[in-house]
Write a protein that binds this ligand. Structure first.
Ligand SMILES: Cc1cc2nc3c(=O)[nH]c(=O)nc-3n(C[C@H](O)[C@H](O)[C@H](O)COP(=O)(O)OP(=O)(O)OC[C@H]3O[C@@H](n4cnc5c(N)ncnc54)[C@H](O)[C@@H]3O)c2cc1C
Length: 375
Protein backbone atom coordinates (compact mmCIF):
# COMPACT_ATOMS: atom_id res chain seq x y z
CA UNK A 1 0.00 0.00 0.00
CA UNK A 2 1.57 3.28 -1.18
CA UNK A 3 0.53 6.63 0.33
CA UNK A 4 -0.16 8.25 -3.03
CA UNK A 5 -0.42 7.11 -6.65
CA UNK A 6 -0.19 9.89 -9.23
CA UNK A 7 -1.56 9.09 -12.71
CA UNK A 8 0.30 11.25 -15.23
CA UNK A 9 3.88 12.52 -15.30
CA UNK A 10 3.19 15.98 -16.79
CA UNK A 11 3.93 19.20 -14.88
CA UNK A 12 0.96 18.71 -12.53
CA UNK A 13 1.76 15.09 -11.65
CA UNK A 14 5.50 15.54 -11.25
CA UNK A 15 5.12 18.73 -9.23
CA UNK A 16 2.53 17.09 -6.97
CA UNK A 17 4.81 14.06 -6.53
CA UNK A 18 7.70 16.36 -5.58
CA UNK A 19 5.66 18.37 -3.10
CA UNK A 20 4.23 15.21 -1.48
CA UNK A 21 7.44 13.17 -1.41
CA UNK A 22 9.22 16.16 0.13
CA UNK A 23 6.68 15.88 2.99
CA UNK A 24 7.73 12.30 3.58
CA UNK A 25 4.90 10.54 1.74
CA UNK A 26 5.53 7.37 -0.29
CA UNK A 27 4.61 8.48 -3.83
CA UNK A 28 4.42 6.53 -7.09
CA UNK A 29 4.00 8.34 -10.43
CA UNK A 30 2.67 6.30 -13.36
CA UNK A 31 3.33 7.89 -16.78
CA UNK A 32 2.33 6.12 -19.98
CA UNK A 33 5.07 7.73 -22.13
CA UNK A 34 8.84 7.88 -21.89
CA UNK A 35 10.21 10.84 -19.96
CA UNK A 36 11.16 13.59 -20.56
CA UNK A 37 7.97 14.07 -22.58
CA UNK A 38 7.08 16.75 -25.12
CA UNK A 39 3.65 18.38 -25.52
CA UNK A 40 1.92 21.04 -27.61
CA UNK A 41 2.33 24.14 -25.47
CA UNK A 42 3.14 27.85 -25.81
CA UNK A 43 5.91 27.20 -23.21
CA UNK A 44 5.58 30.55 -21.47
CA UNK A 45 5.75 30.31 -17.67
CA UNK A 46 4.22 33.34 -15.95
CA UNK A 47 5.48 34.81 -12.65
CA UNK A 48 3.35 32.59 -10.38
CA UNK A 49 4.69 29.53 -12.16
CA UNK A 50 8.28 30.75 -11.94
CA UNK A 51 7.88 31.26 -8.19
CA UNK A 52 6.31 27.80 -7.85
CA UNK A 53 9.09 26.18 -9.88
CA UNK A 54 11.61 27.82 -7.54
CA UNK A 55 9.67 26.69 -4.47
CA UNK A 56 9.64 23.12 -5.80
CA UNK A 57 13.42 23.23 -6.15
CA UNK A 58 13.30 22.44 -9.88
CA UNK A 59 14.93 25.58 -11.37
CA UNK A 60 18.46 24.31 -10.74
CA UNK A 61 17.67 21.17 -12.76
CA UNK A 62 16.85 23.19 -15.90
CA UNK A 63 19.25 22.74 -18.81
CA UNK A 64 20.47 26.26 -19.76
CA UNK A 65 19.99 25.46 -23.45
CA UNK A 66 16.25 24.97 -23.04
CA UNK A 67 14.96 28.15 -21.47
CA UNK A 68 14.98 31.95 -21.67
CA UNK A 69 13.98 34.77 -19.37
CA UNK A 70 10.77 36.56 -20.32
CA UNK A 71 10.45 40.24 -19.50
CA UNK A 72 7.12 41.15 -21.08
CA UNK A 73 4.05 40.19 -23.07
CA UNK A 74 3.54 41.99 -26.38
CA UNK A 75 0.22 41.93 -28.24
CA UNK A 76 0.68 42.58 -31.97
CA UNK A 77 -2.06 43.24 -34.54
CA UNK A 78 -2.41 42.79 -38.29
CA UNK A 79 -1.38 46.42 -39.01
CA UNK A 80 1.70 46.23 -36.74
CA UNK A 81 0.12 48.23 -33.89
CA UNK A 82 1.13 46.73 -30.54
CA UNK A 83 0.79 46.96 -26.77
CA UNK A 84 3.40 45.68 -24.33
CA UNK A 85 3.12 44.95 -20.60
CA UNK A 86 6.02 44.08 -18.32
CA UNK A 87 5.62 40.87 -16.35
CA UNK A 88 5.53 41.46 -12.60
CA UNK A 89 8.29 40.11 -10.36
CA UNK A 90 9.89 37.54 -10.61
CA UNK A 91 9.31 37.79 -14.39
CA UNK A 92 8.59 34.90 -16.68
CA UNK A 93 10.43 32.04 -18.36
CA UNK A 94 10.10 30.48 -21.79
CA UNK A 95 10.87 26.80 -21.18
CA UNK A 96 10.98 24.03 -23.77
CA UNK A 97 8.59 21.30 -22.55
CA UNK A 98 11.31 18.67 -22.83
CA UNK A 99 13.54 20.81 -20.59
CA UNK A 100 10.74 21.38 -18.07
CA UNK A 101 9.86 17.69 -18.06
CA UNK A 102 13.48 16.61 -17.53
CA UNK A 103 13.89 19.06 -14.63
CA UNK A 104 10.63 18.02 -12.96
CA UNK A 105 11.44 14.29 -13.31
CA UNK A 106 14.91 14.84 -11.79
CA UNK A 107 13.45 16.87 -8.94
CA UNK A 108 10.62 14.40 -8.22
CA UNK A 109 13.11 11.50 -8.01
CA UNK A 110 15.49 13.59 -5.90
CA UNK A 111 12.62 14.35 -3.50
CA UNK A 112 12.04 10.60 -3.11
CA UNK A 113 9.14 9.86 -5.47
CA UNK A 114 9.21 6.76 -7.64
CA UNK A 115 8.51 7.69 -11.29
CA UNK A 116 7.58 4.80 -13.58
CA UNK A 117 7.62 5.41 -17.35
CA UNK A 118 5.73 3.42 -20.02
CA UNK A 119 3.15 2.64 -17.33
CA UNK A 120 -0.30 3.26 -18.84
CA UNK A 121 -3.18 3.16 -16.35
CA UNK A 122 -6.33 1.57 -17.79
CA UNK A 123 -8.60 1.53 -14.73
CA UNK A 124 -8.98 2.78 -11.19
CA UNK A 125 -11.44 2.31 -8.36
CA UNK A 126 -11.95 3.61 -4.86
CA UNK A 127 -13.29 1.84 -1.73
CA UNK A 128 -13.31 2.46 2.00
CA UNK A 129 -9.79 1.05 2.40
CA UNK A 130 -8.16 3.18 -0.32
CA UNK A 131 -7.71 3.27 -4.08
CA UNK A 132 -6.41 0.86 -6.70
CA UNK A 133 -5.18 1.35 -10.25
CA UNK A 134 -4.88 -1.23 -13.02
CA UNK A 135 -2.02 -1.05 -15.51
CA UNK A 136 -2.11 -2.05 -19.17
CA UNK A 137 -0.07 -5.20 -18.38
CA UNK A 138 -2.61 -6.36 -15.78
CA UNK A 139 -0.71 -5.26 -12.66
CA UNK A 140 -2.76 -3.74 -9.83
CA UNK A 141 -1.35 -1.25 -7.31
CA UNK A 142 -3.04 0.11 -4.17
CA UNK A 143 -2.64 3.40 -2.31
CA UNK A 144 -4.35 5.59 0.26
CA UNK A 145 -4.95 8.47 -2.21
CA UNK A 146 -5.15 8.81 -5.98
CA UNK A 147 -3.99 11.99 -7.71
CA UNK A 148 -5.44 12.24 -11.22
CA UNK A 149 -2.98 14.35 -13.22
CA UNK A 150 -3.67 12.82 -16.62
CA UNK A 151 -4.22 16.05 -18.52
CA UNK A 152 -6.86 17.68 -20.71
CA UNK A 153 -8.62 14.45 -21.77
CA UNK A 154 -8.38 12.95 -18.26
CA UNK A 155 -9.72 9.38 -18.16
CA UNK A 156 -9.79 9.60 -14.35
CA UNK A 157 -12.23 12.54 -14.60
CA UNK A 158 -14.33 10.58 -17.14
CA UNK A 159 -14.40 7.33 -15.11
CA UNK A 160 -15.47 9.31 -12.03
CA UNK A 161 -18.35 10.93 -13.97
CA UNK A 162 -17.05 14.40 -13.14
CA UNK A 163 -16.66 15.73 -16.70
CA UNK A 164 -18.82 18.66 -17.78
CA UNK A 165 -20.52 19.01 -21.20
CA UNK A 166 -18.47 19.82 -24.33
CA UNK A 167 -18.01 23.55 -24.98
CA UNK A 168 -19.54 25.46 -27.86
CA UNK A 169 -16.92 26.96 -30.24
CA UNK A 170 -14.14 24.50 -29.38
CA UNK A 171 -10.54 25.74 -29.76
CA UNK A 172 -7.42 23.81 -30.72
CA UNK A 173 -3.67 24.30 -30.52
CA UNK A 174 -0.76 23.50 -32.84
CA UNK A 175 2.90 24.22 -32.26
CA UNK A 176 6.34 23.91 -33.83
CA UNK A 177 9.84 25.25 -33.08
CA UNK A 178 12.33 27.03 -35.30
CA UNK A 179 16.12 26.89 -34.85
CA UNK A 180 16.56 30.63 -34.70
CA UNK A 181 18.07 33.02 -32.11
CA UNK A 182 15.15 34.79 -30.37
CA UNK A 183 14.65 38.39 -31.50
CA UNK A 184 12.87 39.45 -28.31
CA UNK A 185 12.66 38.78 -24.58
CA UNK A 186 8.87 39.15 -24.71
CA UNK A 187 6.22 36.56 -25.48
CA UNK A 188 4.59 37.87 -28.63
CA UNK A 189 0.90 37.25 -29.17
CA UNK A 190 -0.03 37.96 -32.79
CA UNK A 191 -3.75 38.37 -33.42
CA UNK A 192 -5.78 37.63 -36.54
CA UNK A 193 -9.52 36.92 -36.84
CA UNK A 194 -10.16 33.36 -35.57
CA UNK A 195 -6.55 32.56 -34.59
CA UNK A 196 -3.66 33.76 -32.45
CA UNK A 197 0.05 32.95 -32.75
CA UNK A 198 2.20 32.70 -29.63
CA UNK A 199 5.90 33.29 -30.17
CA UNK A 200 8.10 32.32 -27.24
CA UNK A 201 11.90 32.35 -26.93
CA UNK A 202 12.87 28.96 -25.43
CA UNK A 203 16.66 28.93 -25.23
CA UNK A 204 19.46 30.85 -26.93
CA UNK A 205 18.85 29.28 -30.34
CA UNK A 206 15.17 28.33 -30.40
CA UNK A 207 11.81 30.06 -30.93
CA UNK A 208 8.47 28.32 -30.39
CA UNK A 209 5.39 29.21 -32.44
CA UNK A 210 2.03 27.97 -31.11
CA UNK A 211 -1.27 28.68 -32.83
CA UNK A 212 -4.65 28.72 -31.11
CA UNK A 213 -7.61 28.52 -33.46
CA UNK A 214 -11.25 27.56 -33.84
CA UNK A 215 -11.40 25.64 -37.09
CA UNK A 216 -11.43 22.03 -36.01
CA UNK A 217 -8.62 19.64 -35.39
CA UNK A 218 -7.24 19.31 -38.97
CA UNK A 219 -3.85 20.93 -38.45
CA UNK A 220 -2.07 22.79 -41.23
CA UNK A 221 0.82 24.77 -39.78
CA UNK A 222 1.77 26.52 -43.04
CA UNK A 223 -1.77 27.73 -43.66
CA UNK A 224 -1.99 29.11 -40.14
CA UNK A 225 1.43 30.77 -40.43
CA UNK A 226 0.37 32.45 -43.69
CA UNK A 227 -2.32 34.29 -41.71
CA UNK A 228 0.48 36.16 -39.89
CA UNK A 229 2.66 37.62 -42.69
CA UNK A 230 5.03 39.57 -40.40
CA UNK A 231 5.70 36.46 -38.31
CA UNK A 232 6.03 34.27 -41.41
CA UNK A 233 8.70 36.65 -42.72
CA UNK A 234 10.59 36.45 -39.40
CA UNK A 235 10.84 32.65 -39.41
CA UNK A 236 11.19 32.21 -43.19
CA UNK A 237 14.12 29.94 -44.06
CA UNK A 238 14.82 28.88 -40.45
CA UNK A 239 15.03 25.09 -40.00
CA UNK A 240 12.38 23.36 -37.89
CA UNK A 241 13.57 22.37 -34.42
CA UNK A 242 10.67 20.07 -33.48
CA UNK A 243 7.93 17.93 -34.98
CA UNK A 244 4.40 19.30 -35.19
CA UNK A 245 2.32 18.74 -32.06
CA UNK A 246 -1.35 19.55 -31.58
CA UNK A 247 -3.91 19.58 -28.76
CA UNK A 248 -7.60 20.09 -28.24
CA UNK A 249 -10.42 20.68 -27.90
CA UNK A 250 -9.15 22.94 -25.11
CA UNK A 251 -12.11 23.85 -22.89
CA UNK A 252 -12.85 21.14 -20.27
CA UNK A 253 -14.86 21.26 -17.07
CA UNK A 254 -14.90 19.13 -13.93
CA UNK A 255 -17.79 19.45 -11.48
CA UNK A 256 -15.36 19.08 -8.57
CA UNK A 257 -11.65 18.41 -8.09
CA UNK A 258 -11.97 16.25 -4.97
CA UNK A 259 -13.79 13.06 -3.96
CA UNK A 260 -13.07 10.59 -1.17
CA UNK A 261 -9.38 9.62 -1.61
CA UNK A 262 -9.20 11.36 -5.00
CA UNK A 263 -7.75 14.67 -6.18
CA UNK A 264 -7.70 16.04 -9.75
CA UNK A 265 -4.69 18.28 -10.39
CA UNK A 266 -3.74 20.40 -13.43
CA UNK A 267 -5.72 20.14 -16.68
CA UNK A 268 -7.48 17.00 -15.39
CA UNK A 269 -9.39 19.28 -13.01
CA UNK A 270 -10.63 21.53 -15.86
CA UNK A 271 -9.18 23.92 -18.41
CA UNK A 272 -10.46 27.20 -19.84
CA UNK A 273 -8.14 28.16 -22.72
CA UNK A 274 -4.43 28.66 -23.49
CA UNK A 275 -4.88 32.30 -24.52
CA UNK A 276 -3.54 33.59 -21.19
CA UNK A 277 -0.74 30.98 -20.95
CA UNK A 278 -1.33 30.04 -17.32
CA UNK A 279 -1.92 26.26 -17.43
CA UNK A 280 1.49 25.17 -16.19
CA UNK A 281 1.60 27.92 -13.56
CA UNK A 282 -1.77 26.81 -12.18
CA UNK A 283 -0.66 23.17 -12.15
CA UNK A 284 2.52 23.95 -10.20
CA UNK A 285 0.74 26.23 -7.74
CA UNK A 286 -1.97 23.60 -7.11
CA UNK A 287 0.70 20.97 -6.54
CA UNK A 288 2.52 23.07 -3.94
CA UNK A 289 -0.73 23.63 -2.05
CA UNK A 290 -1.48 19.93 -2.20
CA UNK A 291 1.88 19.30 -0.56
CA UNK A 292 0.82 21.62 2.27
CA UNK A 293 -2.62 20.08 2.81
CA UNK A 294 -2.67 16.41 1.76
CA UNK A 295 -0.57 14.97 4.63
CA UNK A 296 -3.10 16.29 7.14
CA UNK A 297 -6.03 15.11 4.99
CA UNK A 298 -4.54 11.59 4.90
CA UNK A 299 -4.41 11.57 8.69
CA UNK A 300 -8.14 12.40 8.59
CA UNK A 301 -8.89 9.53 6.21
CA UNK A 302 -8.51 11.51 2.96
CA UNK A 303 -12.27 11.93 2.81
CA UNK A 304 -13.79 14.49 0.43
CA UNK A 305 -14.44 16.70 3.45
CA UNK A 306 -10.79 16.56 4.50
CA UNK A 307 -9.69 17.37 0.93
CA UNK A 308 -12.07 20.32 0.44
CA UNK A 309 -9.66 22.85 2.05
CA UNK A 310 -7.33 22.24 -0.89
CA UNK A 311 -10.08 22.85 -3.44
CA UNK A 312 -11.14 25.95 -1.55
CA UNK A 313 -7.52 27.18 -1.39
CA UNK A 314 -7.16 27.08 -5.19
CA UNK A 315 -10.67 28.37 -5.96
CA UNK A 316 -9.93 32.10 -5.85
CA UNK A 317 -6.91 31.67 -8.12
CA UNK A 318 -8.98 29.65 -10.60
CA UNK A 319 -11.79 32.18 -10.58
CA UNK A 320 -9.38 35.01 -11.39
CA UNK A 321 -7.76 32.93 -14.12
CA UNK A 322 -11.10 31.96 -15.66
CA UNK A 323 -12.43 35.53 -15.59
CA UNK A 324 -9.31 37.00 -17.22
CA UNK A 325 -9.11 34.20 -19.79
CA UNK A 326 -12.75 34.63 -20.82
CA UNK A 327 -12.25 38.40 -21.06
CA UNK A 328 -9.19 38.08 -23.33
CA UNK A 329 -10.89 35.34 -25.38
CA UNK A 330 -13.99 37.52 -25.80
CA UNK A 331 -11.77 40.37 -26.99
CA UNK A 332 -9.86 38.12 -29.42
CA UNK A 333 -13.14 36.89 -30.90
CA UNK A 334 -14.30 40.46 -31.71
CA UNK A 335 -11.65 41.90 -34.05
CA UNK A 336 -13.13 45.41 -34.06
CA UNK A 337 -13.15 45.64 -30.27
CA UNK A 338 -9.72 43.97 -30.04
CA UNK A 339 -8.13 46.44 -32.51
CA UNK A 340 -9.40 49.42 -30.51
CA UNK A 341 -8.45 47.88 -27.14
CA UNK A 342 -4.88 46.97 -28.17
CA UNK A 343 -4.30 50.41 -29.72
CA UNK A 344 -5.58 52.00 -26.50
CA UNK A 345 -3.38 49.80 -24.27
CA UNK A 346 -0.44 50.57 -26.55
CA UNK A 347 -0.84 54.24 -25.64
CA UNK A 348 -1.13 53.44 -21.90
CA UNK A 349 1.74 51.04 -21.10
CA UNK A 350 1.64 51.67 -17.35
CA UNK A 351 -2.05 50.82 -17.25
CA UNK A 352 -1.33 47.63 -19.23
CA UNK A 353 1.45 46.77 -16.74
CA UNK A 354 -1.00 47.23 -13.87
CA UNK A 355 -3.74 45.19 -15.59
CA UNK A 356 -1.31 42.34 -16.28
CA UNK A 357 -0.10 42.39 -12.67
CA UNK A 358 -3.71 42.18 -11.47
CA UNK A 359 -4.46 39.37 -13.92
CA UNK A 360 -1.49 37.13 -13.11
CA UNK A 361 -0.84 38.30 -9.53
CA UNK A 362 2.05 40.45 -8.29
CA UNK A 363 2.98 44.11 -8.48
CA UNK A 364 4.11 45.89 -11.63
CA UNK A 365 7.90 46.12 -11.76
CA UNK A 366 9.52 49.52 -11.63
CA UNK A 367 12.42 48.54 -13.83
CA UNK A 368 12.60 46.17 -16.75
CA UNK A 369 16.22 45.49 -15.77
CA UNK A 370 15.44 43.45 -12.64
CA UNK A 371 16.55 39.83 -13.05
CA UNK A 372 13.54 37.51 -12.94
CA UNK A 373 15.03 34.25 -11.76
CA UNK A 374 18.24 32.60 -10.71
CA UNK A 375 19.49 30.04 -13.12
C1 LIG B 1 -1.46 25.01 -27.71
C2 LIG B 1 -1.29 25.17 -26.21
C3 LIG B 1 -0.53 26.21 -25.72
C4 LIG B 1 -0.33 26.34 -24.34
N1 LIG B 1 0.48 27.34 -23.89
C5 LIG B 1 0.76 27.44 -22.58
C6 LIG B 1 1.69 28.41 -22.10
O1 LIG B 1 2.29 29.17 -22.86
N2 LIG B 1 1.92 28.44 -20.76
C7 LIG B 1 1.30 27.60 -19.89
O2 LIG B 1 1.55 27.69 -18.68
N3 LIG B 1 0.42 26.66 -20.32
C8 LIG B 1 0.15 26.56 -21.64
N4 LIG B 1 -0.70 25.58 -22.08
C9 LIG B 1 -1.36 24.69 -21.10
C10 LIG B 1 -0.40 23.64 -20.59
O3 LIG B 1 0.18 22.95 -21.66
C11 LIG B 1 -1.17 22.68 -19.68
O4 LIG B 1 -1.95 23.42 -18.78
C12 LIG B 1 -0.22 21.77 -18.88
O5 LIG B 1 0.48 20.91 -19.72
C13 LIG B 1 -1.02 20.96 -17.85
O6 LIG B 1 -0.18 20.00 -17.25
P1 LIG B 1 -0.78 18.62 -16.76
O7 LIG B 1 0.34 17.92 -16.09
O8 LIG B 1 -2.06 18.85 -16.07
O9 LIG B 1 -1.17 17.85 -18.12
P2 LIG B 1 -0.22 17.25 -19.25
O10 LIG B 1 0.93 18.14 -19.47
O11 LIG B 1 -1.11 16.97 -20.41
O12 LIG B 1 0.30 15.88 -18.64
C14 LIG B 1 -0.55 14.77 -18.47
C15 LIG B 1 0.29 13.53 -18.49
O13 LIG B 1 -0.52 12.40 -18.16
C16 LIG B 1 -0.12 11.30 -18.95
N5 LIG B 1 -1.21 10.35 -19.01
C17 LIG B 1 -2.43 10.55 -19.57
N6 LIG B 1 -3.18 9.44 -19.45
C18 LIG B 1 -2.43 8.52 -18.80
C19 LIG B 1 -2.66 7.17 -18.38
N7 LIG B 1 -3.83 6.56 -18.63
N8 LIG B 1 -1.67 6.53 -17.73
C20 LIG B 1 -0.50 7.13 -17.48
N9 LIG B 1 -0.22 8.40 -17.87
C21 LIG B 1 -1.18 9.09 -18.51
C22 LIG B 1 0.23 11.95 -20.30
O14 LIG B 1 1.06 11.12 -21.07
C23 LIG B 1 0.90 13.23 -19.87
O15 LIG B 1 2.30 13.09 -19.75
C24 LIG B 1 -0.93 25.43 -23.45
C25 LIG B 1 -1.72 24.40 -23.94
C26 LIG B 1 -1.90 24.26 -25.31
C27 LIG B 1 -2.72 23.13 -25.82
Amino acid sequence: MRDVIVIGGGPAGLAAATALAARGLDVLVLERRELPADKACGEGLLPGGVAALEALGAVRHLDADGWSRLRAIRWIQEDGSAAEARLPSPGGMGIRRLTLSAALVARAREAGAEVRERAAVTSHWRDAAGVAVGLAGGEEIRARVLVGADGLASAVREREGLAGPARALPRFGLRRHFALPPWSDAVEVHFSPGAEAYVTPVGPRRVGVAFLFEEGPAPDFERLLARFPALAARVAGAPFDSALAGAGPLGRDASTRVQDRLVLVGDAGGYVDAITGEGVSLALEEALLLGDLLPDAIVRGATRESLLPWEQAIRARHRRHAAVTRLVLGMARRPGLRRAAVRWLGRAPRLFDALLATAVGGSPRESSASAPVRG
